[in-house]
Design a protein around this ligand. Structure first.
Ligand code: NAD
Length: 318
């Protein structure tokens, strides 16, 4: 693994801050360059090299790639669902032009061997089957975030087929972690609820009580990402993006799982514009292709995740 040089774009976000540390365990600290438009946390800064990079600055990006001769690029910079609705034009620019820059660098530089760009369950829409949503099915997203992610998927497969760019992708469900706050998505409630349970004993939820959504605990998301990126190329049969899931639950169910640890915890409901986004997404996901092609298997269900979240947040908030 000595030869590998890894670039992480958007490394200060919810996923990037943990994925960068995980990559630095696989490779050495110096082999993984973390980049973002915002300054890094103290933990990220001490763990290895960091550089400022705006992925929309194509010239600076190409110059950085040429200077370091990266063999792998993890492109995580994006505007997430709820924030994208507030600024659709910028979401289109960042989510699509950003990936185009990454695809073009991989196409034109032989030393770039593999790239990763996550997709989302937001690529599905109101006419998609909502239960056990299949890998290949109707995709009619009606959020700007979902539309940009679907374009990204089609671009990825196109660059793989036309230009032999080894791009890999996962359609993450809502990601839940205690380390870094979420970046403005519709599943953010499933992180906030744990903070409020400890800090206030009560949570006012922006989704309806019966809204079932696919979710995943961050350690599983990191494991899936590394497993996919380390799989032999011929095992990666889907180059748009793989369905991926670990669990599905409603706000009522996560509240019940918290009550196993904090019996006095209460929840109320005040759905806002994010309810409409959640209603257009699947209740649950069929990820058979990921399980069959490269051996995906999650480790955390709701009970295991709740126990771990509460334990770690209690320490963090002490
Ligand atoms: P996030 O919003 O927490 O982090 C994104 C990071 O990108 C931020 O640190 C931000 O500063 C950075 N960034 C913004 N503009 C940039 C630019 N021009 N150049 C470089 N960096 C820039 O998002 P996240 O949750 O870490 O998501 C990472 C990826 O995973 C995204 O592609 C997202 O669509 C996808 N995803 C996330 C979730 C989730 O629940 N978190 C679910 C599905 C898919």
């Amino acid at each position: 693994m000595q030869k590998e040089k890894v670039l992480v774009i958007g490394a200060c976000g919810q996923l990037g801050s943990e994925l960068t540390l995980a990559l630095r365990q696989v490779y050495s600290d110096a082999q993984v360059l973390a980049t973002d438009v915002v300054p890094p946390s103290a933990e990220l800064l001490v763990s290895g090299p960091f550089a400022q990079l705006d992925i929309l600055d194509r010239e600076a990006f190409f110059a950085l790639v040429d200077k370091h001769q990266f063999t792998q690029i993890y492109h995580l910079a994006a505007i997430l669902s709820a924030n994208a609705e507030r600024n659709p034009a910028f979401a289109w620019k960042l989510n699509i032009d950003g990936l185009m820059n990454v695809l073009d660098v991989a196409k034109s530089r032989d030393f770039v061997k593999k790239i990763y760009c996550p997709s989302s369950i937001a690529v599905f829409g109101p006419h998609t089957p909502t239960n056990d949503t299949p890998q290949f099915t109707v995709m009619d997203p009606n959020t700007i975030y979902g539309i940009t992610k679907l374009v990204d998927e089609r671009l990825s497969e196109y660059y793989f087929q036309k230009f032999n760019v080894d791009i890999r992708s996962l359609r993450y469900p809502g990601l839940i972690s205690y380390k870094t706050p979420p970046g403005g998505g519709t599943t953010d409630y499933a992180v906030d609820i744990y903070y409020k349970a400890i800090q206030a004993g009560h949570y006012d939820c922006f989704l309806r009580e019966d809204t079932s959504l696919p979710m995943m605990y961050m350690p599983d998301a990191i494991k899936a990402t590394l497993d996919l990126m380390h799989a032999d190329s011929d095992k990666v049969k889907i180059r748009s993006s793989y369905n991926l899931t670990a669990m599905s639950f409603t706000p009522t169910q996560v509240a019940e799982s918290i009550r196993q640890h904090i019996p006095s915890f209460t929840i109320s409901y005040a759905p806002d514009f994010r309810q409409q986004i959640a209603d257009s997404w699947p209740n649950s996901i069929d990820d058979t292709a990921a399980r069959q092609d490269w051996g995906w298997k999650p480790s955390y269900d709701l009970e295991a995740m709740t126990a771990d979240m509460l334990k770690n947040l209690r320490e963090k908030l002490r």
